[in-house]
Design a protein around this ligand. Structure first.
Ligand code: FMN
Length: 166
């Protein structure tokens, strides 16, 4: 089994990456292969509502790295979405990515691009908005007919910058 994680943080290897790597540690114990894609340094464009993705199984716009990341998503059996809380929700980059991924999946509904994959989300907040961020990412999974992994508590953590106070 292989799991792809997408980190929506503007900060590479920040708190969200720490959370993703914590999940990875458990997956590695079970022999599951993992890969992390960091959106840091990349700019995800929003959906242009052109609907040209119908029948093409990917977005047609090539200005950013969406196509490449979405191909990885289609290949993965499990998907982890990680985002810091920005203005009480997911980051704009993660929102733009999920917006386009949702439209591509919907416009290619007969291809079952993400159906029955396993999904889990994590979020890092400084103060407030973590539940809204988790909900946004879990809603994406649910819209794709995916299985959402539960937890014994909300998969969120609090901190400003990584390693603060250590
Ligand atoms: C643009 C921006 C907006 C933020 N908005 C919030 C917020 O609404 N609520 C909150 O708790 N933290 C907010 N934060 C703080 C981050 O969620 C927090 O520092 C998080 O741990 C960063 O994770 P990262 O290291 O993976 O980027 C914001 C940070 C930035 C850069």
């Amino acid at each position: 089994m292989n799991v792809l994680a997408i980190n929506g943080s503007a900060g590479k290897d920040g708190n969200t990456a720490v959370l993703i790597n914590t999940v990875f540690e458990e997956l590695h114990k079970a022999g599951i292969e993992t890969e992390i894609v960091q959106l840091s340094g990349k700019i995800m464009e929003p959906c242009k509502a052109c609907w040209a993705c119908g029948g093409r199984k990917n977005c047609v716009h090539k200005k950013d790295q969406f196509q490449e990341i979405f191909e990885k998503m289609k290949q993965a059996e499990g998907i982890i979405l990680g985002s810091p809380v920005y203005t009480a929700n997911i980051s704009a980059n993660m929102q733009a990515f999920l917006e386009r991924a949702s439209v591509v999946a919907d416009m290619n509904n007969d291809a079952d691009l993400l159906k029955y994959k396993v999904g889990a989300s994590v979020t890092a907040a400084r103060r407030g908005g973590a539940i809204a961020a988790l909900d946004a990412m879990n809603h994406f999974f649910m819209l794709q007919n995916m299985f959402v992994v539960g937890s014994s508590y909300w998969p969120m953590a609090y901190g400003q910058t990584p390693n603060w106070g250590r």
